[in-house]
Design a protein around this ligand. Structure first.
Ligand code: ADP
Ligand code: GLC
Length: 509
């Protein structure tokens, strides 16, 4: 099947390959394990739901492939069967599944395919099962079998995190000689290197991967079979979700044992950092339907006050004029809230109140703190609550992200749009997006610190408080934050020029 070219201006020479390729309409298949609004545990879902939209707006044919989870059935959308794949080959057995097409992103020009397999995906959680290797092995296999079944040849298969890591490994081994994919390149985006999908080596045979894949130059990682290495080693181009994280992961401190390989891939010019964007159709205080009062930078003071009151009322805290600090986060070790727990006594002596929405292994920390300081700390734990999340972004004065590492982070960018000052540990995307506010020059859009210690955290909260006390100065900071532009269009263009075009050129033979 031929690829379509957008018409070129007459007389313009096609020597400028860059221009020519950028103008070409690409077929891009996103392979992901979660996508907003159909399933979400974190920022990956936001990116999977918004980058395809931005690329489609730029004229590309973008399709998303993901599993149909139990949670997906309860989301308001329509889906219908497009094809059955009754016999997908693995090692010594086959799996059958159905592919549905969902209209979740139809208005934005994006086709979404859902893999229906009740035994594997109709479960309470998205991840964390012993058979995740086959659940996401199937996702990777379908990424190659579905395009053939519907005769749609992708230029780029864009994979995300370990769950889709095997796509590139299969493509460069089992499907290497398949003429259908002769012009298909793969891109692998690292949203989080800490989650690797490492399994017992026996799964290799069951997954139908050839023996030579199990070596250091392949999928082997300390005696285990690593799904993420499928992407890191075999993809044509790797990306990270912020420029800073692309540098950090080449160091021992942030490299999670993969820094050697990542340095090699960077040296080949195959590692690119592109900052995530925010979908301002969803995250915009001027249009946000979850908010009791909507506002923009002109109606900031009134709007923030009304939402702050609504938030405090909703979570059962009294307004004593304190600075309200919000948290909306996965409560994982990565996010650094154990440092907040250590700092709590000192923190509670300051005029601050804390509102926390989150789920994850560090929930007990906050449950305990809430019991100790019921008048100053409110928590909603173990749930994903979209509506409350929006109210926290709008109703808080500051938003706390003391992450140990942060590949990008969306919370700080969303907070800024709502005139809520981020307080962050300057790593990864937090360093790339938050500029420390300087009361003298009045420049900066938040507060950031280096060195994740109780002292540094407290000192930064105190700095924020000293600005907060000067309402004029605080408004300047809020307006700076609201003006910071993290829309997707620029990043989508970067994917075209810095990732997809080179991937097609660098594609391995
Ligand atoms: P990560 O992907 O590491 O979890 P990000 O900052 O990139 O962190 O993205 C987190 C996303 O998940 C944001 O959209 C945030 O609002 C949302 N989120 C996290 N926890 C919850 C929760 N309990 N309820 C609602 N939204 C949540
Ligand atoms: C990951 C990272 C987070 C990033 C998100 C979306 O979950 O932890 O920093 O913003 O993916 O790319």
């Amino acid at each position: 099947m031929g690829r379509k070219m957008k018409s070129q201006t007459t007389g313009q020479k096609r020597t400028a390959t860059k221009k020519a390729t950028v103008e070409r309409k690409l077929r891009v298949l996103f392979v992901v394990s979660e996508m907003f609004p159909l399933a979400k545990t974190g920022g990956l879902a936001d990116v999977a739901g918004s980058l395809p939209k931005a690329l489609a707006k730029r004229g590309h044919d973008v399709r998303v492939l993901m599993p149909k989870y139990r949670a997906t059935y309860s989301i308001d959308h329509r889906s219908e069967r497009v094809v059955d794949l009754p016999q997908i080959p693995f090692g010594g057995f086959t799996l059958g599944c159905g592919i549905d097409e969902s209209d979740a992103l139809k208005d934005d020009g994006v086709t979404v395919y859902l893999i229906e397999h009740f035994g594997l995906y109709d479960r309470d959680r998205l991840y964390g099962y012993d058979d995740d290797w086959v659940r996401f092995g199937l996702l990777s296999k379908v990424a190659l079998e579905l395009p053939k079944a519907i005769n749609w040849q992708p230029d780029i298969i864009h994979c995300h995190d370990w769950q889709s890591g095997l796509v590139s490994a299969y493509l460069r081994t089992v499907y290497n000689e398949d003429p259908f994919f002769a012009n298909t390149a793969t891109v692998f985006t690292i949203h989080n290197l800490a989650y690797q999908g490492n399994f017992d080596p026996s799964v290799r045979e069951a997954l139908g991967l050839p023996p030579e894949t199990f070596q250091v130059h392949g999928l082997e990682f300390h005696g285990r079979l690593s799904f993420i290495k499928g992407g890191l080693y075999y993809a044509d181009v790797l990306t990270t979700v912020s420029p800073k994280y692309a540098q950090e992961i080449q160091t021992e401190e942030f490299g999670e044992g993969m820094h050697g390989l990542l340095r090699d891939r960077a040296a080949q010019g195959r590692l690119v950092g592109i900052l995530n964007g925010i979908d301002y159709e969803i995250w915009n205080p001027a249009t946000d339907e979850y908010l009791p009062v909507r506002y923009d930078s002109r109606t900031l003071v009134k709007g923030k006050t009304a939402n702050k009151q609504a938030l405090l009322e909703r979570v059962g805290l009294k307004d004593g004029g304190e600075m309200v600090v919000g948290v909306v986060s996965r409560l994982a070790h990565q996010k650094g809230f154990d440092i907040v727990a250590q700092a709590t006594e000192a923190l509670m002596n300051l005029p601050v109140k804390l509102v926390v929405l989150g789920a994850g292994e560090q929930e007990p920390l906050f449950a305990e703190l809430q019991k100790r300081y019921p008048e100053k700390i409110a928590t909603r734990l173990g749930v994903v609550d979209e509506e409350l999340a929006h109210l926290i972004y709008a109703g808080s004065d500051a938003f706390l992200m003391p992450s140990r590492f942060e590949p990008c982070g969306l919370g700080q960018m969303i907070a800024m749009k709502y005139g809520t000052a981020p307080i962050v540990h300057a790593v990864g995307g937090l360093a790339d997006t938050v500029q420390d506010f300087d009361p003298k020059t009045k420049k900066g859009n938040g507060f950031s610190f280096t060195g994740l210690t109780v002292e540094n955290l407290l000192a930064t909260v105190e700095r924020a408080l000293s600005v907060y006390r000067d309402s004029k100065l605080w408004q300047t900071l809020q307006k700076n934050a609201m003006k910071s532009d993290f829309s997707w269009n620029k990043s989508a263009q970067d994917y075209e020029v810095k990732v997809y075009t080179p991937a097609l050129q660098l594609r391995r033979k």
